[in-house]
Design a protein around this ligand. Structure first.
Ligand code: DX5
Ligand code: ZN
Length: 217
C-alpha cells in the first residue's frame, strides 16, 4: 500500500503572494512543499534561488522536498539543507559521481533522492537503489509547470516498484509532472508514494480542496 502523499510544487504559485500560498499549504492536506530549482542550463528555464527558499522555509510548517534541475547540483547541497530540505533529489543525468553526491546529501543530514527524465530506463537506477531514500520519476520533461502527463509513466512506476522491492523496499517512489485527479489514483495504485502537483493545485478555484481530491483519487 502506497503512502498516498502529496507534494505541492510552489512553481505554479503566485510569486507576488508566496506567503499566502505557503499559509494555504500549511492549512491543507499537503504532506510536502516541493521546491523546483532550475538553472537555465540543464533545463530551459530559471525558477528561483535560495533567498526565496529561505523565505518559504520561514513560513512553512510542512517538510520541504527539493528537486534540483541544475547542471551540477553539488555546490548547492549545503544551501538546500540550510533552507530546510528534508529530501534533496538530484538528476541522474547531471551527476557523474552519483554515489558521491547521494552520500554527501546524507552526510549533510538530508534524505537523498535521485530523479530520471522520461526517456531514461528505470533499470539504470538498479545499482544506486541501495543508497537512496527516494526515487523520483519525471512524468513530463522538466523545466515548466502545466505540461501534459506522459502515459508511459504508469508502467515505469510498476517496473520501478518491482526493482525497489528486490533491493531496498523502504525507498519512497515519487512522480512529478502533469499530475491531476485523473491520473493520481492509478499512480498510487501502481506503487507511487508521493505525487507532486503544481498547476492542478494553484490553477484550481479552491487549491485546498484540489489537494484533498488528489489524496482521495
Ligand atoms: C517540472 C517541475 C514540476 C512542476 C510540476 O519541471 O519539476 O515539479 O512544477 O508542475 P505541474 O504539476 O504543473 O506539472
Ligand atoms: Zn519538480
Amino acid at each position: 500500500m502506497s503512502k498516498r502523499q502529496i507534494a505541492v510544487s510552489v512553481l505554479s504559485a503566485d510569486f507576488a503572494n508566496l506567503q499566502q500560498a505557503i499559509e494555504m499549504l500549511n492549512e491543507s492536506e499537503a504532506d510536502y512543499i516541493h521546491i523546483d530549482i532550475m538553472d537555465g542550463v540543464f533545463v530551459p528555464n530559471i525558477s528561483f534561488g535560495f533567498p526565496v527558499c529561505d523565505a518559504i522555509h520561514r513560513h512553512a510548517k510542512k517538510p520541504m522536498d527539493f528537486h534540483l534541475m541544475v547542471k551540477d547540483p553539488n555546490p548547492y547541497l549545503t544551501y538546500c539543507v540550510r533552507s530546510g530540505a528534508e529530501f534533496i533529489t538530484v538528476h541522474y543525468e547531471t551527476c557523474d559521481h552519483l554515489h558521491n553526491t547521494v552520500t554527501r546529501i546524507k552526510e549533510l543530514g538530508a534524505k537523498a533522492g535521485v530523479v530520471i527524465n522520461p526517456h531514461i530506463s528505470v533499470n539504470h537506477l538498479n545499482d544506486i537503489l541501495p543508497f537512496v531514500d527516494l526515487v523520483l520519476l519525471m512524468s513530463v520533461n522538466p523545466g515548466f509547470g502545466g505540461q501534459k502527463f506522459i502515459e508511459t509513466t504508469y508502467r515505469r512506476v510498476i517496473q520501478l516498484k518491482e526493482n525497489v522491492k528486490a533491493v531496498n523496499p523502504g525507498i519512497v517512489i515519487e512522480v512529478d509532472g502533469g499530475v491531476t485527479d485523473q491520473n493520481a489514483g492509478k499512480l498510487f495504485e501502481n506503487g507511487a508514494d508521493i505525487l507532486v502537483a503544481g498547476s492542478f493545485v494553484f490553477k484550481a478555484e479552491n487549491p485546498h480542496d484540489a489537494i484533498s481530491s488528489l489524496k482521495k483519487a
